[in-house]
Write a protein that binds this ligand. Sequence first.
Ligand code: CTP
Length: 471
Amino acid sequence: MEEDFSKYIDKPIFRTVSEVCNENGLSAFVIGGYVRDLILKRPSKDIDIVVLGSGLDLAEKVAKRLDIDKVQYFKNFGTAMFVHEGDDIEFVGARKESYSRDTRKPIVENGSLEDDQNRRDFTINALALSLNKSSFGYLVDPFDGLEDMENKIIRTPLEPDKTYSDDPLRMLRAIRFSSQLGFRIEAESLAAIERNADRLEIISAERIIDEVNKIVLSPKPSVGFKKLYDTKLLHQFFPEMVALQGIETKNGKSHKDNFYHTLEVLDNISKETDDLWLRWAAIMHDIAKPRTKRFHDKQGWTFHGHEDLGAKMIPKIFKKLKLPLDAKMKYVQKLVRLHLRPISLVKGNVTDSAIRRLLFEAGEDLEDLMTLCNADITSKNEYKVEKYKRNFKLVEKKLKQIEEKDRVRNFQPPISGELIMSTFNMGPCYEVGVIKTAIKDAILDGHIENDYDQAYQFMLEKAKEIGVSKK
Ligand code: CTP
C-alpha cells in the first residue's frame, strides 16, 4: 500500500462497496482505466471493480443495498454490471490469464490482485485503489504506473513481447493512448510493437477501427498515425494510406510526400473540428493520388482526377475498415469529390454559374468543405499561405453573395418529376430525367430564374426539342 487517494474516490458507490465488503469479509479494488483517468483528471463513466472472490456475488449484494434491480450478469465471463448515478459499474473477480498464440481469448483462472494487475496492458492501466475499510483509497501500484503517468510514458507491466503477443490489440491501444494523452511509448515497447505488427491479423476489423477512430479523434492525430506507420501496423489494415508516402523526383522535379501532407491536413482540421467524419474526409482527400500520379515533361507531376477517383475508392475502403456505409460515407465522398472546387473558384474570371453549381452540389456541407480546403493549405511559404487564405476569403464572400441572391444551396427545382409525367401523360422514363436535369441546369447556369412560370415554359420547350409532346 503506497499512497492515500481517498479524496479522489468520493462517489457514494465506493463507500457502499467498501461497507458490503467489510460485512462479508471480502476485499475489493477499483482498477484500470477509471483510476488512470481519475489521476489525469479526465472524465470517465466506466468504473471497474475487482474483487478477490466472485464478481457476480459482490455485484448482487451491492445492488441489493442500493435497491438496484437491473443487474446484468455475464456468467461466462464472471462479470456483472449495473448503472448507478449515470456510471457503468462493472464487477469482476481477480483473475489470472494465460494465452495461446492464435486467439485473443485467454484461459482464465481465479487469481490474486497481483495476478490481475500482471495481466493488464500498461502500467498506467494497472493501478488499483483499495476499497477495503482499513486501507480505503490506498494505491496499489506494483509497476510504478504513477511515476510513468508523471513522466508521460506508456510501458507494459511485463516483458512487452509477451503483453503484445498475448493480445495484439494492445499494440493499437499503446499508440491510441500515446495520441490521446500525449504520452511517449517506451523504446522497448515500440520495438516490440514493430516486431509483432503482423500479429494484428488475429484482431477483428471492428476492434481495429474502434482504436483507429480514437486516434482520429485525439487532439493531434498525426502523433498516432506516424507511429502506426513507423511500426508498420498501418500497413496491416490501411495500405491505401501507406501508399501516399514517398517523394519521387524526375528531371529535377519532385512532388510532395502526400502521407505527411495528409497528416498535416488532419492536424489542421482537428484544430477546427471534433467531427469524426470531417476528420475522415481529411484523411481521404488525396487517397487516389498514388493511382493518378503522372509525370509530364512540361508540367511535372500531376494527379488529375484524384478527387473523383478518391470518392470512388471510398466505399471499398470504408467496407474493409468496417466504417459505416451510410450517409456518413456519402458525406466523406462528397467532400473528397469537391475538395478542389473552391480553389478553382479563386481565379478572377469565375462565373456566377460555377459558384451556383458549387453551392448546389455542396448544399448544407459547404462550410465543412471550406474548413477542409483551408486545412489543405500546408505550404511552408508563409507568403503563399497568406495569399491562399486571402483568396479563400474572397471565394467565401462570392459564395455568400450569390447564395443570398439566388438561394440555390438547398434548392429544389420548381418543377418535379411528377409534374413532368402528368403534363406529358407518361410514366417514369429516360425523357423525364433529361427534362428534369435540363431545368436544373438552366437555373444553375442562370438561363432562367428559379421560378415556377419560367421553369414551366422551359419544360415545354425542352420537351418539344427532344420530341416529347402532350398526348
Ligand atoms: N485491458 C487490457 N488489455 C486490453 C484491454 C483492456 O489489459 N486489450 C485492461 C486495462 O487495465 C484497462 C481495463 O482493462 O484499463 C479496461 O479496459 P477498457 O475499458 O477497454 O479501456 P480503458 O483503459 O478504460 O480505456 P478507454 O475507456 O479509453 O477505452
